[in-house]
Structures are given as C-alpha cells and as structure tokens.
Design a protein. Structure first.
Length: 722
C-alpha cells in the first residue's frame, strides 16, 4: 500500500492477511502525519481504509499492543497519538466567526493568542479546551496553529429552533458563537415539531465538513412564545430551573423559632428604630438601617444584613447549591434565586414586624459624617417599617410622613459620604437601565428607563460604607507579610490604550478629554455630569464602562479604582451573592480569633463566583435584548429618533433614544450610494453624494426586521425609505 495523502483513504485493505509487524508501521505512519493529534480507533480504521469486521478486530489489537509498548499514547478521551517533536500548547477556544477562532493559552504565559482556521479547529467550539500546535507564521500576523486534540468540551447541549425537512431535521442554535446547525434524525426528535424551541444534546461532534449530530432532550415550546424564549435563555446559559429535592427538604426543615439561647449570643437592636427601603416588587429584604441619637450628640447608624450563614451550614446540601449557583439571576420576568424561597423570602428576609437574625456593621458618625467608632458582629433586629424607594423619596421631598425625620437625617449623612467619596476620586457612573411593562402573557407593552433618586443613593451609600469598612477592618487586623485570607471585591485601574480609544469616541460627540492633565476620575466625572439627560448619555456611559477593567472577587488585597477605596468587599447581600456568605463566615471566624483561612481554597471560590457573576450578567442582558427585540417588532411602522452608537464596515449601529434599544442599519440596505468605511474617523462616507454618517450623529430610523432567535434588530434610515 502506497503512502496515503492526507484526506484521501487508500483502497480497502484486508488486514487479516498481514502479520502484525507489517500493520504496525502503517498505523505509526498514519499517526505521524499529524503529530500530537489524537485519533479514535474508528478514525484510524477509516484512515487506513479498513472496512470488514475481522480486519477491524486485528487492527484494534495491534493499536492496543502499540500502546502497551509505549509506541503510541492513549489520551484521556480514548484517542491515540504520536506526540512527535512538535511543541503543543493547551488553551481555550474563543470563536470569532464561522471562518476562524483564537486559542487563548492557559495560565500566565507570554504566548500570544493563536489564530486557527475553521479547517484546523478539529470540530472544537467556543470555550472548549484544546491542544494546539503552531504552524509557520505568515506575514507577521498572529501566530497560527492547528488543533490536534479536543481535551474537554465546555458544553454538549445547545438551545435552538427545529427546522424540519422531508427526510431529516436540524436545530439552528441560538448561541451566537455556535456556527454549525445540528443534524437530528427523525427518531431522535423526542416529539419536537417544526419551529419548536428545544434543547439538543450533541452525540457526534463535527469533523471537517460534517455537521454535528444530536438528539432532542427537551421541547421548550414554540419559537417566539414568551415562556419558550425565556426557558431558552435559561437553558442557553446553563441556569438551574429548580432546586433539587434534598435542598428544598433541608430548607423546609429549618426551625423558624429564634431561641432565647441564640438571642443571648447577639447584640439586641430590637428597641432601636429600624426599617428597610427596597424596590416595590422586592420579595427578599437582605438589608435594613437603624438609627438613634447618642448622648454625645452623634448618631449611630446600623447596617443590618440577613444572617444567612446562621441557617446555611458548611458542607450542607444548601451550601453546595449556593456555591454552585453563586448568585441570583434577574431576568425580565422572573428571578432565579441562589437560595430556596423558604430562606430568601422567608427566614432570612428582613420583613417588617418580625424579629430577624442579622450580621451588622454599626457606625457612630458626627455631624460631618466622620466615623468615630465602628462595631461588627451578630445581632437581632425588629424592622418597624418596609419602605419602597418611592415612599422613602416622598419623605425626603416633603419632610412629612412616618419616619420622615429619620429618613431625612440618614439622607443628609449619605450626601456627605457621597461628596467625600467623589472628592477622593470615585467615578460617578450612572448607567441607564430599562424596565419592561409586561402583560399577563409576557408581551412587552412598553420600555421604561429606570430612574435613580436620592432614596436609591441613600441605601447605596450606607451599603458601600459597610462593605468598605468590613474590608478595611480585616485588612488592618493582620497586614504585612502574612495578611489574613479574605474575599475582596477589586477593580483595577483602566488600561491607557482603552482610555485613549474612549477619549476619541467622546471627542466624536464633542467632548474633549485630557486624562494626563486632570486625571482619569476627574475627567470621567466632568464628562458624566455634562452628558446627563443628553441623547448620548447611555452610549458614552456604556463605552466608558467597557474601557474600565472588570471588577472581580479575589483574595488579593487590592483596591477598587471605580469607588476609590483602598480595600473593598461584598458584605451586604448574602441572600443573593455567595461571596457575601464567604465574607460573613470569614469575618466571624476572625472576630472569634481564628487563624488565617486557606487562601487557595477561597481563591478558587472567588474565581468560580466571578465566572458565575458574568454568566448571570450575560443571561440578564440576553433576556432584556429579547424583550427589546420583541417590543420593536410590535412597532415596526413607527419612526424613532436615535443616535449613532457604532460604525463598522458592514453597518451603522443606532441606539433608539426612547427605548434604549440598539439595532443596525446595514450598509447593504443603503441603496442610494456606495458607502465606504472610514475606520479612523468612525464614519461611513458616500462615494458620490458625499453623505457622511458619523458616531454620535442624531438620526431617524424605522424597524425593517427583527430576529428573536438571534436577538437582533435591523433598522433603516427613514430618509432612505422615502
């Protein structure tokens, strides 16, 4: 048998007629064509052109014999390889489009991201862990590589829409970085019909031009229906639909009664004026404020947080579930809680006229909001009143109503704390968020921007104070060569290149920034004040946030750039964030005189929590985008004023001012001229008519088409439609 060209199988070979020693070199030669790549036995058989059952058995025996002698290596996924002399690099796939991806090398390495073409991906998909070998570099571009083994699959289930053919069906995935439709045999449809949204599990991964194959695991409903789409988002991001029975059983078994023995262990705040301030639709109240005037004229403010770790014991089923979820997720129409309702809305929720166990940060402040004393520990409280933000704001505005004096006094202190924070260099980001009015079927009736008033900022300021002071307290207890292991919330300084890019964007809207002269924080705050209420506010706020580093959880004792705090943590929301539970446990451990906790263990939990936080944010954005697309599909004939929020070679992004929805006007739809992209100046330019559309321009658009599956909105300029 002659040398086989790659991709061209030889004629059928009857292996049974050959001695084993004659077969071995054929196998070795086949594997040597791509050193480092792993092949399953059936792939080797196919590559050698072996088809009959008897011959297949002999070749398989020879392969295992080669493995026993160390000639070939068996990989974890059961494939076989000859490593050769080529250096292999492990990393994670970051899919860019259907044509190529990058492999991001593992760990702290100087190796650049590796460009890999679709043909060389070996069927690897976004976030898969792979082994890659470098190929000769071309024309000074990014290093180029070839995947030789898929080590682990990040996901094997996808959400998508079923499309039926006469002989077969396939699933069009919702996930934007999945560029393959998934082939499904009729017998594997599990009752799914055309245009159903489903969860499909991959059974055969793609090779070369072959599509992946799968079986339908679950039918979610008809595409476009509210519940089907929301369940699609839940499944797409791997969010849990329900709690395991054991977790619910353990939650229900927790006694509600607070014993006298437990009360004796705690500082008693039940006689001190205490209340909560939350959104009108909130069900879990995890923070309360108490206020009293001391004999020396100073005031004592207690920040009381639900004592979740009193009820959730380490290594319990409740704890394991909380660790896994790490955060509650807030979709447009529902909350996916971190803890079962028995805890989140019951035992731990600081409901009015009920005694509750809390973990508190208590501060003595003078008239200038300077901290004179602080105390941290476990408490018991009795909330006198539950306020909505609107009710609290009425008391701030009018000075009338129950507890108006206390709320006004707290608001005065909050203003002073806020002023001091900005003087110290905090960045004033006030991002615009939207809220949907939904009917009983989940159909959006309107999109309303959320308005932040002083009542919101009052609560925010005292939560920030508690978080900051808890972090500083732990850091100061044992700083130096061996600081105490703790969970911090850190935020690095922004990358200068990203800041420079942002400054150029801001300049397109007429705002000049000089970070070298005024400093980053001051420049950003001046800009945020200038753009408040202007059409470009949301666009520039979002761009500014993207230019910043990402906040994360870590045991490293770093500061928080955005808040201008030397040390910061999350202490105030343990009902919905697992890091806050870790902080409560560690704080009590150190208050009891305990030794420093295992840094490695907590760093791993921090990394997991940061990843889960990103997953939650992505899912929340997806649900908002879905409702925005659905809402815009209902108003396709209406004209909307908007602002150009981005310009690319294939189209112009426009944010609609009224709804904060973003869509794209595709250059291919602009038929009045041939438009060229001027990347340097963030604009497109008509070749003949010289019409120029630039970042920041005010425009009028109309909806051309919407795609709920892809969550995209196609727009057209109104003047182009006349």
């Amino acid at each position: 048998m002659g040398r086989k060209r790659k991709g061209t199988p030889p004629e059928n070979t009857s292996v049974t007629k050959r001695a084993a020693k004659q077969i071995e070199p054929l196998i070795v030669e086949f594997l040597n064509q791509t050193p480092g790549r792993g092949y399953q036995v059936k792939q080797i058989l196919k590559g050698l052109g072996v088809r009959d059952a008897k011959s297949k058995g002999v070749v398989s025996e020879v392969i295992f014999g080669l493995e026993a002698r160390g000639v070939v290596k068996k990989l974890r996924n059961g494939s076989f390889t000859i490593e050769g002399e080529q250096k292999t690099i492990t990393g994670v796939v970051d899919s860019v489009n259907a044509r190529f991806a990058y492999v991001v090398p593992d760990g702290d390495t100087e190796q650049d991201d590796i460009w890999v073409s679709k043909e060389d991906l070996l069927g690897a998909m976004d976030d898969d862990k792979v082994k890659v070998v470098l190929k000769p570099k071309k024309h000074g571009k990014s290093p180029e590589g070839k995947v030789v083994e898929v080590l682990t699959r990040y996901r094997d289930e996808f959400v998508g829409r079923i499309e039926m053919n006469t002989r077969y069906a396939f699933v069009v995935p919702d996930f934007k970085k999945m560029f393959h439709d998934i082939y499904v045999k009729y017998e594997d449809l599990n009752g799914a019909k055309h245009n159903d949204k489903v969860i499909v599990k991959i059974t055969e991964w793609p090779e070369r031009d072959k599509k992946p194959e799968g079986v339908v695991q679950r039918v979610l409903g008809k595409a476009g229906e509210h519940n089907a789409e929301i369940h699609s988002i839940i499944a797409e991001f791997g969010l849990p639909l329900e709690f395991p029975d054991k977790v619910n059983e353990d939650a229900e078994a927790i006694p509600a009664k607070i014993t006298a023995k437990e009360i004796k262990k705690r500082k008693d705040f039940r006689e001190i004026t205490t209340f909560t301030i939350d959104p009108d639709d909130a069900k879990d109240f995890d923070d309360a404020l108490s206020l009293r005037t001391l004999e020396n004229g100073n005031v004592e403010v207690g920040v009381h947080i639900a004592d979740v770790t009193h009820y959730v014991e380490p290594k319990s089923a409740l704890e394991e579930e909380a660790v896994d979820r790490a955060t509650s997720v807030y979709l447009v129409d529902r909350t996916i809680p971190m803890l079962p309702e028995r805890l989140s809305n019951g035992l731990c929720s600081l409901r009015p006229q009920e005694e509750k166990l809390t973990f508190s940060a208590v501060f003595e402040l003078d008239a200038e909001a300077k901290i004179k004393n602080e105390w941290f520990g476990r408490t018991i409280i009795y909330s006198d009143r539950r306020f909505t933000y609107e009710e609290a704001q009425e008391r701030i505005d009018s000075g009338e109503g129950d507890f108006s004096e206390e709320i006004s006094q707290l608001n005065g202190l909050a203003r002073l704390l806020r002023k001091k924070r900005f003087q110290q260099g905090a960045v004033n980001f006030e991002t615009v968020e939207v809220k949907f009015k939904l009917d009983e079927n989940g159909t959006p009736l309107g999109v309303v921007p959320k308005v932040r008033k002083e009542a919101h900022m009052l609560i925010e300021e005292f939560m920030l104070l508690a978080n900051k002071k808890v972090a500083e307290f732990i850091y100061s207890k044992h700083k130096g060569a061996n600081p105490l292991t703790f969970v911090y919330r850190t935020h690095d300084s922004p990358d200068p290149e990203k800041l420079d890019t942002f400054a150029k964007f801001a300049n397109r809207f007429g705002h000049n920034m000089d970070f070298e002269k005024g400093g980053v924080s001051k420049n950003l705050n001046v800009l945020m004040d200038k753009i408040t209420g202007r059409p470009e506010q949301n666009v520039l706020e979002q761009l500014a946030i993207r230019s910043m580093a990402k906040a994360k959880y870590t045991t490293a004792e770093k500061g928080h750039f955005g808040l201008a705090f030397p040390h910061y943590t999350h202490f105030t929301s343990p009902i919905r964030r697992y890091p806050d539970m870790m902080v409560h446990r560690l704080l009590q451990h150190y208050l009891d005189g305990g030794k420093s906790a295992d840094k490695e263990e907590y760093e791993e939990l921090c990394l997991h929590s940061s990843e889960r936080e990103k997953r939650a944010a992505d899912a929340e954005r997806a649900s908002i985008k879905y409702k925005q697309v659905e809402y815009m599909s209902l108003v396709e004939k209406k004209d909307f004023p908007g602002i150009v929020s981005g310009v690319t070679e294939w189209g112009v992004f426009v944010e609609i001012s009224e709804t904060k929805c973003e869509g794209m006007v595709r250059i291919s739809d602009m038929t009045d001229d041939y438009y060229e992209f001027d990347e340097q100046n963030y604009r497109i330019l008509g070749k003949r008519n010289k019409r120029m559309i630039s970042l920041g321009d005010k425009v009028t658009v109309r909806v051309k088409a919407t795609d709920v599956d892809r969550r995209t909105i196609d727009l057209i300029f109104v003047e182009d439609d006349k």
